[in-house]
Design a protein around this ligand. Structure first.
Ligand code: Z15
Length: 826
């Protein structure tokens, strides 16, 4: 057999051989798709292959659900408004140990697996890091055989598709389900009803107990779609349950018995609109009514689903609920689940407040992902009152009792109360979802050491003083199955050969590569893999953009959402500096470099879109200037998404992680790139700090202000003009932006970038870090010219990434927060 050494040794699918697989694919071509081997196009082959794989997936799902049910397991419920899953075929085949079998079977049918994999649309139900983290986490949970369920929204349209027209971003709808999704299963038997709007009636019961009755204005249906999540080696198959909104059967506008109370709301939210589209704002709170409705919709459906399952096993006895259920809130987006559970327990189950609150505060845990003030969710109390009148009352009650507790700790200290309160007083009363989340949870975590430290020190210092130990750290991670094994098969095969094939389950094993870091033969093999990956990406660049890039050049990659704090414009200013140096000195000595970007801007984020435009216009000029002699190329790859990342990351030499210190909570792209042997040029921010600790200072290019230095400079009164006037290169570059050199006939088209840096105060200290960045880039250039040194550094980067497997993150959550036990599925 030509089968390569493959990791899974005892999978459920072990019995599946090439012949069975061929037969299954053909059967699906015939019976599922109504075509045949001769007529089928790539799309049909892809669908038939998915269907053949799904047979194995569903077998695992059935066994897992039965096992979890029979063992009455405690489970984690991961609540997230986003799951950025990407494609599933390759992942599922790898995790089932069927990749090679499928590839060979299809080859015999005259079909190239890697070609048909390109037919799969990405499941882009997320914006960026937060959504992809959720996807990595559910992969690890299944792999580690932990009982878990992901809960989210079945958006009809995921994150917009980006096109670049004349250098500018255009947004097009993403229609990922237009030709069907072979992985999802509709579960109409588990439909839930969700109420919105209306009013609250206060009633007085016989025993003098005050009863609140919410008379909703409208009810909508939540239809669950299950996406199986296959663990590596295929034993546990958990589910991701996504809710789709639909008009309720008994579309019960409560107009008549409410005496016409419901009126204007009628137009606001149509049932089907709720799950129509993902909000494309990463790290900016939009404050839109529909978004709050989306959040409540999926939280309410999910809680009811959890309670239905709990009651099936335990009836009306709530005493074991907290033993069975832990809910992780992925940021504050699902924070409305806290008052919703209180409502269900107090109004519906008729528990008294203290009992209900006890349950709540033992069930919820909250992950914070940002310190940026514009990303901290706050809702106008008036808006919550309109959409969820009973929930606002409950929030006030939670706050009232909490304020009493604060008064006990700090009697009469109104300043403390103002900071800790869920309610922000002011012109317009606002509900702070972060405070609600901390108060309603038993644990709070940040996502990298420095970030968690800043959460305690700057964001929630009063909570830290009130409840020391409640805020902890769980450093993020990534799944090595997708982000090395599946996306970089050549490097994976080389690693298998060197240290064995059990590293995908135990990433610390990569450490075994360290001792070969100076071995000439291994260096050559490692860099040959990189070279081949670069050739493949170069082809893609030629194909999609018609730009020729030199594969011997340094591939310098910055891929992430476009944000000022991530400082793509710092990268751009440096590119302009290099260009200018070449124009001034045709012999300017640098190793050729290809600067590659991938980034989507939120549609309403003007400056972010201007930066994309600037990258494209500057790039266009440089790429076509013969004086540059191909020393610099600038490539902006449109429509950055998970499946594109999987092609770019294995081909990267340099990883740009250049956020202003203190602004990037963790970053996860930094981990993916280093794992694939790219060297980081980065600031001491987020998980970069922990990456530097792992690889050592000699194997990373750290530059720029630290968090403390950023704070000090701010306090001293940072003035970007100082840098503009004192550094002639900075001045020349910024002035260049104002001309029409890069935008012929449109002078000033790029001026907003200069303005943001000079007139608007350069909030992210781009100019303060420019010179240090440029110096670090010279060090990168020098290092790359020394082939042996670079190869050694790259190998050490891969070797030292063990810490950043999401399996380790999940183990940290299990130990510190969830207290879960694995459940073996036989
Ligand atoms: C998002 O992707 C992140 C934070 C947010 O507050 C929102 Cl709304 C979206 C990112 C962080 O920026 C990034 O540093 C982190 O690695 C990621 O979440 C996962 O924790």
């Amino acid at each position: 057999m030509s089968r390569k050494a493959k990791a899974p040794s005892t999978t459920a699918s072990e019995a599946i051989n090439k012949i069975d697989f061929k037969e299954a694919v053909i059967r699906h071509l015939h019976c599922t798709l109504g075509t045949d081997e001769n007529k089928a196009n790539n799309h049909a082959w892809w669908k038939a292959t998915c269907a053949a794989i799904q047979e194995n997936v569903l077998e695992g799902l059935r066994k897992t659900q039965k096992t979890h049910y029979l063992n009455d397991t405690r489970a984690v419920h991961y609540f997230s408004a986003e799951f950025l899953m990407g494609r599933l075929l390759s992942n599922n085949m790898h995790n089932l140990g069927l990749f090679d079998t499928a590839q060979e079977a299809l080859k015999e049918l005259g079909v190239e697996l890697t070609d048909i994999m390109e037919e799969e649309p990405d499941m882009a139900l997320g914006n960026g890091g937060l959504g992809r983290l959720a996807a990595c986490f559910i992969d690890s949970l299944a792999t580690m055989e932990l009982p878990a369920i992901g809960y989210g929204i079945h958006y009809e349209h995921g994150l917009f598709r980006q096109e670049i027209k004349s250098g500018a971003q255009i947004e097009r709808p993403d229609s990922w389900r237009d030709y069907g999704n072979p992985w999802e299963i509709c579960r109409p038997e588990s439909i839930q009803e969700v109420s919105l709007y209306g009013y609250v009636e206060t009633k007085y019961g016989e025993n003098g107990r005050i009863q609140k009755e919410w008379h909703p204005g409208v009810t909508v249906k939540g239809v669950p779609w299950d996406i199986p999540v296959v663990g590596y080696e295929g034993k546990t198959v958990n589910v991701l349950r996504l809710w789709q909104s639909e008009a309720s059967d008994y579309f019960n506008w409560d107009v008549f018995n409410a005496g016409g109370y419901v009126d204007a709301q009628r137009e606001n939210v149509h049932a089907e609109t709720i799950s129509k589209v993902l909000y494309p704002n990463d790290e900016t709170e939009a404050g839109k009514e529909l978004r709050l409705v989306q959040q409540y919709f999926f939280c309410s459906c999910s809680l009811k689903d959890i309670i239905r399952r709990y009651k099936r096993a335990h009836g009306d006895d709530w005493s074991r609920f907290v033993e069975q259920v832990v809910i992780q809130l992925n940021d504050t987006h699902p924070a409305i689940a806290i008052p919703e559970l209180m409502r269900i327990l107090v109004d519906r189950a008729e528990l008294d407040w203290d009992k209900a609150w006890n349950i709540c505060t033992q069930v919820f845990a909250y992950t914070n992902h940002t310190l940026l003030p514009e990303a901290l969710e706050k809702w106008p109390a008036r808006m919550i009152e309109k959409i969820l009148p009973r929930h606002l009352e409950i929030i006030y009650e939670i706050n009232h009792r909490f304020m009493a507790l604060v008064d006990k700790k700090w009697p009469g200290d109104n300043e403390k109360k103002a900071k800790l309160s869920i309610i922000e007083e002011g012109n317009e009363k606002m509900v702070r979802m972060g405070n609600l989340s901390v108060i309603g949870s038993f644990a709070v975590n940040g996502v990298a050491e420095i970030h968690s430290h800043l959460v305690k020190q700057n964001l929630f210092p009063e909570f830290e003083a009130l409840w020391p130990g409640k805020i902890t750290n769980v450093t993020n991670g990534i799944t090595p199955r997708r982000w090395l094994k599946a996306c970089n098969p050549a490097l994976s095969a080389l690693i298998d050969k060197k240290i064995g094939n059990d590293w995908p389950l135990d990433l610390n094993k990569l450490e075994g590569l360290s001792k070969h870091a100076e071995n000439k033969t291994f260096q050559k093999q490692f860099m040959q893999v990189k070279h081949a990956n670069k050739q493949r990406l170069a082809k893609e660049i030629k194909h999609s953009l018609d730009i020729d890039v030199d594969v011997n050049a340094i591939f310098d990659v910055q891929i992430k959402r476009l944000h000022e704090y991530k400082r793509q414009h710092l990268n751009l200013l440096h590119i302009m500096a290099l260009y200018r140096r070449i124009l001034e000195n045709p012999d300017y000595d640098m190793h050729p470099r290809v600067f590659i970007f991938g980034a989507k801007a939120a549609p309403g984020y003007r400056l972010a879109k201007d930066i994309i435009y600037a990258i494209n216009m500057v790039g266009n000029k440089i790429n076509n200037d013969p004086r540059v002699k191909n020393k610099i190329k600038v490539v902006f790859m449109p429509n950055y998404r998970v499946s594109l990342a999987e092609k770019m990351i294995p081909a990267s030499d340099v990883s740009e992680q250049i956020s202003t210190a203190g602004k990037e909570a963790s970053g996860t792209g930094n981990m993916k790139l280093a794992l694939n042997g790219a060297l980081t040029i980065g600031t001491l921010d987020g998980a970069n700090i922990e990456i530097a600790e792992e690889v050592g200072d000699d194997n990373i290019f750290i530059f720029g202000l630290t968090v403390d230095e950023v704070d000090a400079l701010k306090n001293d009164g940072y003035n970007p003009l100082d840098y503009y006037y004192r550094d002639a290169e900075i001045k020349a570059i910024l002035d260049w932006l104002e001309t029409d050199y890069f935008t012929p006939g449109q002078p000033g088209a790029l001026v907003s970038i200069k303005q943001s840096l000079l007139d608007e105060g350069d909030a992210y200290m781009v100019l303060a870090d420019f010179r240090a960045y440029s110096d670090a880039q010279i060090k990168v250039d020098e290092a790359y010219r020394d082939k042996t040194r670079w190869a050694k550094m790259a190998i050490i980067n891969t070797a030292k990434m063990g810490k950043f497997t999401s399996d380790r993150s999940i183990q940290d959550y299990v130990d510190k927060i969830w207290k879960l036990r694995a459940c073996e599925v036989k």
